[in-house]
Design a protein around this ligand. Structure first.
Ligand code: CP3
Length: 341
C-alpha cells in the first residue's frame, strides 16, 4: 500500500483532504543536484543507466516533496528503440540526423522487443520503487504517437512542425503506418512499465495543439485512444495534450482517468468541456513561478478554488522551466499543502 495516496484517490474520484500536487518535468535543470549529475553524464546515459535515472527521479521527492514521483526518462527513448537515431544536443534539444520522410524510411523502423531494447527503463522503475519505499506513487509516461512523429519527421524541435504536418498531409499512408508502429511499440512499452511497478501512466501530447480539431482526431487522438484502451484495465491513465482544449469532450468520454489542462484554458471552461466529472490536472503557467512567492501562493489557492478540491490534481500547465528558483518551485508545492478552503 502507498502511504500518501492522495494522487491515487484523486484519480479514482474519491474525496481528498486537499488536492495532490506534482510538477511536469519536476526532475530537471532547475535543481542544482540535477545539474551536478548532468555535468558528469550525457543525456541518454542518464536515461539508460537505471541507478542514475532512479537517483534523478528521487531528487525532487527529497527537495520539493510532491505527492507523486515521475520516472526520469524521455519520450524519445521509444523512437531510439525503433531503430531511429536520436541525439540530444545542449541548447538545441533533440536532433534526428536522418529524419523519416518516406514510406521506405517508415518500413525501415522496427517494432522492437521492449524487454531487450528498453529493459533499462524497467530496471530503473524497480530500483525507484524500492527507493520510494511506498511513500508516494510512481508515474510512468510515454509521448503520444503524434508528438513522437513530430520529432522523427521534423528532425528537430520546431515552433510549428510544418515539415511533420506536410508529411502527414502529402503522404498519409506513410504517416499512418508510422503512427501505428509507434502506437504498437508504445503499448508494449507501457505494459512493461506497469509490470515493472509504475502506479499511473501519463501520455504527453505536447504538440497536439499544432493540429486543427479535425486533423487532431485523425493523426493524434485515434492513436492515443488505442493506447488508453490497451492499458486502462491495468492502470489509471492521464492524458496531457497541450493546446487541445477542443478535444476535451472526446477525451472525457474515453477510458482516461484524468486530463491535463494548459494555462490557456480556464478551469471553468475545462470543467464545462469535460462534463464536470472527470479528474482534471493543471494548469499553472510555468512562467508564473517567476512571481514573488506570496503571489505564487495566492494564485495557487485561487486556482484550487476554481477547479475545486475534488477530482483535481494541482500541476503546471506544461513542464517547469530551467530558470525557476528552487524556493519558488517549493512554494508552489507548499501552497497546496497549506490550502485551507
Ligand atoms: O517530468 C519529469 O521530471 C520526468 C522527466 C521528463 C523528461 N522529458 C526529462 C528531460 C519527461 C516527462 C520528459 C518528456 C518529454 N521529452 C516531452 C513531453 C513533455 C513536454 O515537456 O512537452 C518532450 C516533448 C520531450 C522531448 C525533449 N526532451 C525535448 C524537447 C528536450 C530538450 C528541450 C528541453 O526541455 O530541455 C528534452 C530533454 C530533456 N528531457 C531534459 C530533461 C530533464 C533536459 C535536457 C537535459 O537534462 O540534459
Amino acid at each position: 500500500m502507498i502511504k500518501n495516496d492522495l494522487f491515487l484517490r484523486a484519480l479514482s474520484n474519491q474525496p481528498v483532504e486537499r488536492p495532490p500536487v506534482w510538477m511536469m518535468r519536476q526532475a530537471g535543470r532547475y535543481l542544482p543536484e540535477f545539474r551536478d549529475i548532468r555535468d558528469k553524464y550525457d543525456f541518454f546515459t542518464r536515461c539508460e543507466t537505471p541507478e542514475l535515472a532512479a537517483e534523478i527521479t528521487m531528487q525532487p521527492i527529497r527537495i520539493i516533496k510532491p505527492d507523486a514521483a515521475i520516472l526520469f526518462s524521455d519520450i524519445l527513448v521509444v523512437p531510439r528503440a525503433m531503430g531511429i537515431y536520436v541525439e540530444l544536443k545542449d541548447n538545441l534539444g533533440p536532433i534526428i540526423p536522418n529524419p523519416i520522410r518516406s514510406l521506405e524510411d517508415v518500413n525501415k523502423t522496427i517494432i522492437p522487443d521492449v524487454n531487450q531494447t528498453l529493459g533499462y527503463v524497467f530496471e530503473a522503475i524497480k530500483i525507484t520503487k524500492e527507493m520510494l519505499n511506498n511513500e508516494v506513487p510512481l508515474i510512468g509516461f510515454a509521448g503520444s504517437p503524434w508528438t513522437i512523429l513530430c520529432y522523427v519527421v521534423e528532425g528537430k524541435g520546431s515552433k510549428t512542425f510544418d515539415t511533420a504536418k506536410g508529411f502527414c498531409f502529402s503522404n498519409p499512408i506513410a504517416a499512418h503506418t508510422l503512427l501505428q508502429k509507434i502506437t504498437d511499440t508504445t503499448i508494449l512499452y507501457l505494459k512493461g512499465k506497469i509490470k515493472a511497478g509504475c502506479d499511473v501512466i501519463q501520455v504527453f501530447d505536447s504538440w497536439g495543439g499544432m493540429l486543427s480539431p479535425v486533423d487532431y482526431q485523425e493523426f493524434s487522438w485515434r492513436y492515443i485512444n488505442q493506447i488508453i484502451e490497451a492499458i486502462a484495465d491495468d492502470t489509471k491513465v492521464i492524458v496531457f495534450a497541450k493546446g487541445c482544449w477542443f478535444a476535451l469532450p472526446a477525451m472525457s468520454n474515453s477510458k482516461a482517468a484524468a486530463l491535463g489542462i494548459d494555462w490557456t484554458c480556464s478551469a471553468e471552461n475545462a470543467r464545462y468541456l469535460t462534463g464536470g466529472q472527470i479528474t482534471l490536472q493543471g494548469n499553472f503557467d510555468p512562467s508564473r513561478l517567476l512571481s514573488p512567492i506570496p503571489k505564487i501562493k495566492k494564485m495557487v489557492h485561487q486556482m484550487i478554488n476554481e477547479f475545486g478540491t475534488d477530482n483535481y490534481i494541482v500541476n503546471l500547465g506544461h513542464g517547469i522551466l530551467p530558470n525557476i528558483p528552487v524556493d519558488n518551485a517549493k512554494a508552489f508545492i507548499d501552497a497546496v499543502k497549506e490550502y485551507n478552503p
